[in-house]
Design a protein around this ligand. Structure first.
Ligand code: FAD
Length: 398
């Protein structure tokens, strides 16, 4: 890589989500005065998708439009609007919309994840998802047209399902919201937090059915493993995630879920000129492989940028370390529960509930865009996150 510093080094960042945008801004802001590094960011839309707010979009609540090219303005980074259709890891090229080819010296792979709609028959055909603002808007439109008393099934009792069920029930008290899933909602929270969450769902009239395994989604409801059915005028699917198959197709080493397996510096273990970040990466810490969150995704983007700059300067990249610190869950617009966690994501006893928690959640949801804007001016401001102490230390040096 030292040799490349003499010429212009091309860094291509795929995906302008929480992680990819963090990487692009960090790199561009730290190198804007250098002529030897070019940063290009590829994303299908020029507005940033606040995934954390898609359950709000699904109930017709407007969210702010955040313009990516405007954010990059002045940093020297180039924005390419397009859909990545293939990565050639040997030729070091990326195909966009099937007809354009971009070359890279270093690739940052941040294509995120989407809901797994393939595992259960009928999901693709009949269920709504919260994968993009367009998907959420389709559900929003459907909800406004449902008759009073119609039933809406939210399949998946993880935190995305909980937030969506609460949001729909609060916005449309005239609808019957059923939250279905294998586990109890909030199962991983401290009992205090779980009790608040249960009470909020009950207050909002959400019917909770845990221990339920959906085996099929039909045009008018879902079928469960015990042979019974639950009628629904609309089904929202929030269960499971999958990542784009592009990394696996390119021959990168991926885990059983298709995520790029990284070394401690976030480089692909098979292709070290590829750095993987966010939900699309399988990143090992002392407590296990990180699960997809915005709180962990943004630090991976910043760290990948710093690693690339160290490598270009002929230095060894530092190991990435991250410890979780909170799980904020919205329960409609004026209630929430914030579970503070140990670095390995297990719950502490400290819990925030009610309006203060709702304010906290709103601050967290609004923070990423403000952080990107701040990083543009002061890149070092984005390089601070909890490293997790002993929880994230990995004994083996490999
Ligand atoms: C409703 C909902 C609520 C959530 N709430 C929370 C929360 O409260 N806290 C939290 O920490 N996490 C939350 N998450 C999870 C969080 O949103 C993800 O972990 C986070 O978005 C991951 O960031 P990322 O940058 O890896 O991917 P993403 O944010 O998904 O970004 C990936 C980007 O890549 C683009 N892309 C994908 N494929 C291609 C392609 N082929 N070509 C070009 N571009 C492509 C996408 O359009 C997108 O812009 C929530 C998720 C959902 C759906």
């Amino acid at each position: 890589m030292n040799e490349a510093t003499a010429q212009q080094h091309e860094v291509l960042v795929l995906g302008a989500g929480y992680a990819g945008l963090a990487a692009a801004i960090q790199l561009a802001a730290r190198t804007r005065k250098r002529g030897n590094l070019r940063v290009t960011l590829v994303n299908p839309h020029d507005t940033f998708t606040e995934r954390l707010r898609l359950h709000m979009t699904a109930t017709g609540r407007p969210t702010a439009a955040m313009d990516i090219p405007q954010l990059l303005d002045g940093t020297g980074a180039t924005f390419v609007r397009g859909w990545v259709t293939a990565v050639d890891a040997e030729a070091k090229t990326v195909r966009i919309d099937d007809d354009r080819v971009l070359h890279y010296d270093t690739l940052v792979y941040g294509l995120g994840s989407v809901t797994d709609t393939a595992a259960v028959p009928g999901v693709d055909d009949h269920a709504y998802t919260l994968d993009s603002p367009q998907d959420a808007a389709l559900l929003a439109d459907r909800l406004t047209r449902l008759d009073d008393g119609a039933s809406v099934v939210v399949a998946g009792s993880g935190l995305t399902g909980v937030e969506a069920a609460a949001e729909i029930a609060e916005r449309y008290p005239r609808l019957q919201v059923v939250l279905l899933g294998r586990q109890e909602p909030g199962a991983n929270l401290h009992p205090k937090a779980k009790a608040h969450l249960d009470a909020a769902l009950a207050r909002l009239g959400v019917q909770v059915r845990s221990g339920a395994e959906v085996v099929k989604v039909l045009p008018d409801g879902v079928e469960l493993a015990d042979g019974t059915g639950v009628p629904a005028a609309a089904v929202l699917w929030t269960s499971g995630t999958r990542v784009p198959p592009l990394a696996a197709a390119a021959g990168l080493t991926v885990d059983e879920r298709g995520r790029v397996v990284t070394d401690s510096a976030l480089r692909s273990v098979s292709h070290p000129d590829v750095h993987a970040v966010g939900d699309a990466a399988a990143i090992r810490q002392g407590y296990g492989v990180m699960h997809g969150t915005c709180q962990g995704g943004m630090p991976t983007g910043v760290h990948a940028a710093l690693s690339i700059l160290r490598l270009l300067a002929g230095k060894q990249p530092k190991p990435f370390r991250f410890g979780y610190y909170h799980t904020p869950v919205s329960l409609g617009r004026s209630d929430a529960v914030v579970q503070f966690t140990y670095p390995d994501d297990s719950p502490r006893r400290i819990v925030l509930t009610g309006r203060r928690a709702a304010k906290y959640k709103e601050t967290v949801s609004a923070a990423p865009w403000a952080t990107f804007a701040r990083m543009k001016k002061m890149p070092a401001s984005g390089a601070l996150w909890p490293h997790g102490g002993r929880h994230t230390r990995i004994r083996s040096t490999k």
